[in-house]
Ligand binder design. Sequence first.
Ligand code: BES
Ligand code: MN
Ligand code: ZN
Length: 495
Amino acid sequence: MEFAVWTKGLTTLAVDCLVVGVFEDGELGAEARAVDAACGGRLKALLARGDFAGRSGETLLATDLPGLKAARVLLTGLGSRKQFARKGWRKAWSAACAALARTRIASCAVALDRPPARELDDYYFGRGIAELAHSTLYRVNDLKTGKKPPAAALARVLAGPVRRAEAAARGLKHGAAIAAAARVQRDLANLPANVCTPTFLAEQARALGKRPASVSVRVLDERAIRREKMGCLLAVSQGSAQPPRFIVLEYRGARAAQAPVVLVGKGVTFDTGGISLKDPPGMDEMKFDMSGAAAVIAAVTLAAELRLPLHVVGLVAAVENMPDGRAVKPGDIATSASGQTVEILNTDAEGRLILCDALHYARRFHPAAVVDIATLTGACVIALGHHHAGVMGNDQALVRQLLEAGVRADDRCWQLPLTEEYAEQLKSNFADFANVGGRDGGAITAATFLGKFTQGLKWAHLDIAGTAYYSGAQKGSSGRPTPLLADFLIQRATG
Ligand code: BES
Ligand code: MN
Ligand code: ZN
């Protein structure tokens, strides 16, 4: 899809459709008034008939209005004028995109009223236009054999009104790149686990790294992983017929020898729970347990695509967690790459076991910051539901950067406390500590476990178990937290 900014002459633009907003009180937005005047009051007449109420999420397509170059006008509801803010604007534009996708409209000009600049400046306006257009039009890469419905025709979007065209254009460019990265994450995560194995994930990382030539990709196979003494990662992997992979992506966009941001992703390509086997209902969704890994691959390639002046390293621990005669058993003790020993009381708490070895590996880069991303705990879903990811860390400035990036990117996270008392729950009689600390505060004790491996590093942890994918009728990857990570990296590069 192609994006550009329009600055004037809305009614004379040679596009298939104009997209205008209507408030709930039936009042037209400023841009819609200009369109209405050009077509001799036909929009007002339509509203007077009561055919469109301007409710948030509603759309109506009007065709062949006089006085306009465009053959169609799509009305989209802005909701209540008093409460109109960024959220309402986003919903109006997404609803419009969904409506456009059902037509043969190939080009449109957006002319929605905009919330005040403190809510949505020109840059984030551009980003929102491009990101939402792409994410609304996203189709799951399914393996259905029937005839595919035709792809949406929408190929060109002119965005406005804008105050500073340059900032909006930069936003459009970034938004399209973020959407492409989110698509990488979604496509990988939506694949079934019999296709998306650790080996496949490594191959995909290699291929994606080749596109922006500035990303180098190294893959450690089982032997190399053994050489790194990643005993916890190998304990998880030992029950699977699929060999593990440890993927290292590196993008050097910074001039000097800048300390890198290291992103670490949980790449459990399928999580059965192992010997601590999960209940059958919903187990298929554990193919999404590599969403953190997919987000890391997406974020590193995005940094390269945008040529951000940053040094970014992505580390992906890719394994499959299976029950088997060779599988790790409750009570087994593994030695992590850090040398610390872990009593594996529950083989379903496998994410932290692969991450602890990956976090230790991060030390060799002398990172400025380390952020791990993982579908780590059901407890985080209980605590926060599906709207906010959980964030914890040992460096409040870093945590704050992630919280703020989430707000700006509309991909929010919420901090949970990570104080020393929780360590009590991880005590073991047989090893340095156990890998589980009981049900209470499960998202926090998981982070506490990771914290044992990040001492001296500036580290934060994103638990995306509740946000990385949708269940139910909309089952599929959400592409989160790629927008958050993108904003975090862009901010570090520019601010
Ligand atoms: N991958 C799961 C966490 C998860 C649960 C992600 C639900 C998405 C939705 C993780 O490996 C896991 O099984 N965690 C256990 C930890 C427990 C055994 C301490 C959990 O949350 O039940
Ligand atoms: Mn598990
Ligand atoms: Zn898991």
